[in-house]
Write a protein that binds this ligand. Structure first.
Ligand code: PMT
Length: 413
């Protein structure tokens, strides 16, 4: 092993320590790929990172903790309490600039998705506020199992980053995807994550997200099923790409894990959303309209609760809400505007109409007809519609759709 390290070091001298000053938690779970994390740990240290290791109890069956303790020059944590002392998963979680879980087994993945905390690694994951990156490793059918796919979608939708498995011969002898990425590739991914090469650095982006709520009387309102997942994922992807993000969002039920640089502006109604957007608009370069804004609101707000009366019907008169995207479209000049379209029929045609009426440069079309798409899901299947171009994308986690939109913007700029 020593010879191998010497060989690597001399062949790839790393004069500049690319992770100098970075604090990296390396989590290791019980997979045969754990041996690769020995090299990963060494590479991270060589690049100047301060590394702390957490192993799940089953990981220790594959590699002894003393190996990692020696390489990281730090004690290894396995249990929530060691030698009758609390391991302080909270401090470990808050200490890190990135929590890299490699290898990630199907078992730990499932526990991360459901929020279990029955070991030090999982409790630290739940307490961690930094970037979380996972490099899964498992056998072919475990990787393809619907439960694994769903668990992965769940954690990705919450902002966890994925270093995908690679194809090859697996421990079982089966051939296919499931091998953990090579330690060199995981290292490069980590370095890139911290590099200053942020393609949207210096750009300011306005994102609208979630539903709006239009009050009828003091106890009732009109709204829709938007959860905010798509818009919040976009805000995170933009901030990860270096943009300064202003997120104007309607009432959402979920506590989203948000990049700490994002400025949130919670609003309730479409009118309030327009006011917030108008206020922020002058200083932004790009606007993305992911909110599902109520097109109509009650003509009048009734001060007292509307009483049930005789008869089977009640007429509620509605009036049009302002169209935020169209209003800002009128003054956009050379800013980039990306809209969403949620359609149920004549999708491309309707999306193209919105390009014109709302002065969008591109419309992200999602259809309620596509399984796993639109409101509430962790996934979305979208089509990028421009006046002369159409790009159909496959069903994927909203976090990945958000990255596709960021890549589109980077190319466009
Ligand atoms: O929040 P999720 O549960 O994750 O769901 C995501 C989503 C389905 C809400 C999102 O992907 C989406 O499609 N958002 C736009 C939904 C919508 O209102 O579509 P629309 O076709 O009615 O509006 C077209 C565009 O005009 C949208 O960019 C919308 O934000 C904007 N608009 C619409 C009406 C209005 N009064 N003001 C607006 O700015």
């Amino acid at each position: 092993m020593t010879e191998w390290f010497l060989c690597m070091d001399s062949e790839n001298p790393s004069p500049e320590k690319r992770l100098e000053g970075k604090k990296i938690l390396l989590g290791i779970t019980g997979s045969i790929a754990a041996y690769k994390s020995v090299y990963l740990c060494r590479f991270l240290v060589k690049e100047g990172a301060e590394v702390r290791i957490i192993m799940t109890p089953s990981a220790t069956q594959f590699v002894r903790p003393v190996t990692f303790a020696t390489l990281s020059k730090n004690p290894v944590r396995i249990s929530l309490a060691e030698n009758d002392e609390w391991s302080d998963h909270v401090e470990w979680g808050l200490w890190s600039d990135a929590f890299l879980i490699a290898p990630l087994t199907a078992n730990t993945l499932a526990k991360m998705a459901t929020g279990m905390a029955d070991n030090m690694l999982l409790a630290t994951y739940l307490s961690c506020r930094s970037k979380i990156i996972v490099a899964p490793a498992m056998d072919l059918d475990m990787w393809h199992h619907p439960a694994t796919c769903q668990n992965l979608e769940t954690i990705l939708s919450r902002g966890v980053m994925l270093i995908d498995v690679v194809d090859g011969e697996l421990a079982s002898g089966l051939q296919g995807p499931g091998r953990m990425a090579e330690p060199e590739d995981i290292l490069e991914y980590t370095v890139k994550l911290f590099s200053n090469n942020k393609p949207l650095q210096g750009k300011s982006v306005l994102v609208t997200a979630g539903p709006t709520r239009e009050s009828i009387d003091p106890v009732r309102y009109l709204t829709n099923h938007s959860s905010g997942k798509m818009g919040f994922a976009l805000a995170n992807a933009l901030a990860d790409a270096g943009a300064s993000v202003q997120l104007v969002h309607g009432p959402v039920d979920e506590e989203f894990r948000l990049n700490s640089s994002i400025k949130k502006h919670p609003v309730v109604s479409a009118e309030e959303m327009l006011t917030a957007c108008n206020y922020l608009y002058e200083k932004i370069d790009i606007a993305i309209f992911a909110a599902a804004v109520s097109d109509y609101k009650p003509e009048e707000f009734t001060m007292q609760k509307i009483k049930k009366e005789d008869g089977n019907t009640l007429v509620l008169r509605l009036k049009k809400n302002p169209d935020i995207a169209a209003e800002l479209g009128k003054i956009k000049k050379n800013k980039l505007h990306i809209g969403f379209a949620l359609e149920t029929e004549n999708e491309i045609e309707n999306a193209r109409k919105k390009l014109q009426t709302k002065k969008f440069d591109m419309v992200v079309l999602n259809s309620l007809a596509d399984e796993g798409s639109g409101f509430g899901y962790d996934t979305n299947k979208v089509t990028f519609v421009e006046q002369n171009n159409i790009l159909h994308l496959e069903l994927k986690p909203k976090a990945e759709v958000a990255k596709d939109i960021v890549n589109y913007i980077v190319k466009k700029l």
